[in-house]
Design a protein around this ligand. Structure first.
Ligand code: NAI
Length: 255
């Protein structure tokens, strides 16, 4: 596979497992060094080992994406360890589902804080270092920021007022980031996954899974690799003229 990300440094949040771990692996396969971020540094160990086995530099960082000071400290540490940041993947996310009539303030705040504020905090923290990325001839190299949204951030979904609002917010934030940072060659796009096969979705009742499957023209659920491939494309120069976009990776599900 092409090593088109060789020499690049990426941060991936929520990379201990699931989609984040797959994204980190895919970026490493393309040659990128990866800062693996999750709530506890030891949770990152497995992902870090799998990346090192691919021959790239990788290191784990414990950071709560919803806490400003922790995010700023994490970005400082990554700069000290890797020297620069070219790719930022805001993937960490949580759900706390419930009908909105009964949703507590705490459940609303928790999901908005991690999914939306966390994306803002990391984007703000990496924007200055990315602006400093320049070629020897002074050409602005910038960077690529990729935010993981969701099909339900476009469609809405009963029982997920907090989550859908956070993901809709991520989409709007993506478009604004693209407008503010475009002149520095910093691109910002979102990937909106559909139904991705995961530990979370494995436990759903068969009739619920069938109802979802009926809405998917490609007649299969997505894999974490399907998402990782889309992210890797947005991270590299193959997508050099793409910014402010939402790439739906959902098997054709209405988005
Ligand atoms: P997951 O729950 O398997 O992994 C999320 C990771 O984020 C975990 O390692 C967790 O420890 C970490 N995390 C949670 N809160 C954090 C915080 N405050 N600070 C740092 N790290 C934190 O979830 P999954 O399925 O891999 O999802 C990844 C992203 O993809 C999320 O943004 C999710 O909303 C989105 N997504 C997932 C879909 C799916 O079907 N699994 C569908 C659409 C979007």
């Amino acid at each position: 596979m092409s090593k088109n990300l060789e020499g690049k440094v990426a941060i991936v949040t929520g990379a201990a497992r699931g989609i984040g771990a797959a994204i980190a692996r895919r970026l490493a396969e393309a040659g990128a060094s990866v800062a693996v971020c999750d709530l506890k540094p030891e949770w990152c160990d497995e992902t870090v080992k799998s990346l090192e086995a691919l021959g790239v530099k990788a290191k784990g960082y414990g950071v709560n994406v919803a806490v400003s000071a922790e995010v700023d400290q994490c970005v400082k540490s990554v700069l000290a360890d890797f020297g620069k940041i070219d790719i930022m993947v805001n993937n960490a996310g949580i759900t706390k589902d419930g009908l909105l009539m009964r949703m507590s303030d705490d459940d609303w705040d928790a999901v908005i804080d991690v999914n939306l504020k966390g994306t803002f905090l990391f984007t703000r923290a990496v924007s200055r270092p990315m602006m400093k990325n320049k070629a020897p001839d002074g050409t602005q190299l910038g960077g690529s920021i990729i935010n993981i949204a969701s099909v339900v951030g476009i469609m809405g979904n009963a029982g997920q007022a907090n989550y859908t609002a956070s993901k809709g917010g991520v989409i709007a934030l993506t478009k604004t980031t693209a407008k503010e940072l475009g002149s520095r060659n910093i691109r910002c796009n979102a990937v909106a996954p559909g139904f991705i096969q995961s530990k979370m979705t494995d436990v759903l009742p068969e009739d619920v899974k069938k109802a979802y499957m009926d809405t998917i023209p490609l007649k299969r659920f997505g894999t974490v690799e399907d998402i990782a491939k889309a992210v890797a494309w947005l991270a590299g120069d193959e997508s050099a003229y793409v910014t402010g976009q939402v790439l739906s990776v959902n098997g054709g599900m209405i988005g």
